[in-house]
Design a protein around this ligand. Structure first.
Ligand SMILES: Nc1ncnc2c1ncn2[C@@H]1O[C@H](COP(=O)(O)OP(=O)(O)OP(=O)(O)O)[C@@H](O)[C@H]1O
Length: 308
């Protein structure tokens, strides 16, 4: 469906972009990166009141039959921060993402984006409202190019109708071209522009993870939710990913990060929320969480009085 309307990719000649970047002086490179950042995030959230509440979970419970995956969980995500969501396996982290992105409707409680309840909004509507996510298991269109995968993400923002696309109305043309330009800028932003014309399935694993992030950013989210983006990465790749997550935040996005790797979580987040058996057991700065006895006990699998 979407494939029919996907424009022909306009990518630089092989090696062109990389070679061009290498030829630039540090000043030219900085100016170029600033231009790319402007295309990637034209409406920078960071210019708006950093620190105000962007998203709020209010007493959210999510039950599956007899199993309570989230139990009266409340926390807030502030504009411009990187919030870590951690907890042992089965703690309810992914369920939390699913509730926030409209995959599940909470059994009790509510989720508010910029003070407005998401209510019964469906997944696509929530994407348009400004929440994007990546998945634990990569979900790309393997037969489409990297560029096309990102162009598909920009579709969430398009204003022309299917009729507009079929009739090739001028607005549709303009949107198509700007979608390609934006997608290319996003690929460059996440560091994989050199493989823009390759099929997604042929990309190395680390590139696929970055492509997922570019595709999520293409929807121009207010909040970007990353579900274990470093899964399967080696230490050097994790280090690079930390750099990318910081760059995303510095470009004005708010990030919610589920991650098992403690070094990464402690190194990149501003605050952390900890879940265990569906309940929030702690919330605070990384250093506070690291020293919190309940958190240590949850990870070691012993009661927090250490009696076991
Ligand atoms: N659709 C569902 N139906 C029934 N049970 C579910 C469903 N989704 C999640 N659960 C259960 O809810 C609990 C929380 O799962 P969830 O995947 O949210 O945990 P998690 O913290 O993301 O775990 P992990 O770190 O292993 O990914 C688990 O016991 C899980 O089996």
């Amino acid at each position: 469906m979407t494939q029919e309307h996907t424009p022909e990719p306009e990518v630089p000649a092989e090696g062109g972009l990389v070679a061009e970047l290498e030829r630039m002086s540090p000043q030219e490179r900085a100016a170029h990166e600033a231009e790319v950042a402007d295309v990637v995030a034209p409406d920078r959230e960071i210019a708006v009141e950093v620190g105000g509440t962007l998203l709020e979970l209010e007493d959210v419970t999510m039950a599956f039959g007899g199993l309570t995956a989230m139990d009266s969980v409340s926390f807030q995500i502030r504009r411009g921060e990187i919030l870590g969501l951690i907890g042992p396996n089965g703690a309810g982290k992914t369920t939390c993402f699913n509730v926030m992105t409209g995959v599940y409707r909470p059994t009790r409680g509510r989720v508010l984006l910029e003070g407005k309840p998401l209510g019964r909004a469906k997944r696509n509507a929530i994407t348009r409202l400004g929440i994007a996510r990546t998945f634990q298991n990569i979900r790309l269109f393997g037969e489409m190019t990297a560029l096309e995968n990102v162009v598909v993400g920009t579709d969430a923002r398009h204003r022309t109708s299917v009729i507009g696309a079929l009739l090739r109305l001028p607005r549709h043309h303009r949107e198509e071209q700007s979608a390609v330009d934006k997608a290319m800028a996003l690929l460059e932003f996440v560091g994989i522009a050199d493989r823009a014309a390759d099929k997604a399935r042929n990309l190395p694993y680390g590139y696929q993870r970055r492509l997922e992030i570019a595709r999520a950013l293409a929807t121009e989210p207010k909040l970007l939710c990353l579900d274990e983006p470093a899964a399967g990465f080696n230490p050097a790749e994790k280090e690079e990913l930390m750099g990318l997550i910081r760059k995303i935040r510095d470009d004005g996005y708010t990030v919610l990060l589920i991650e098992h790797d403690m070094k990464l979580v402690m190194g990149v987040t501003d605050r952390i929320v900890v879940l265990e058996f569906g309940k929030k057991i702690a919330e605070g700065l990384p250093a506070e969480i690291r020293d919190n006895p309940a958190v240590i006990a949850a990870y070691l699998g012993v009661p927090d009085d250490g009696a076991a």
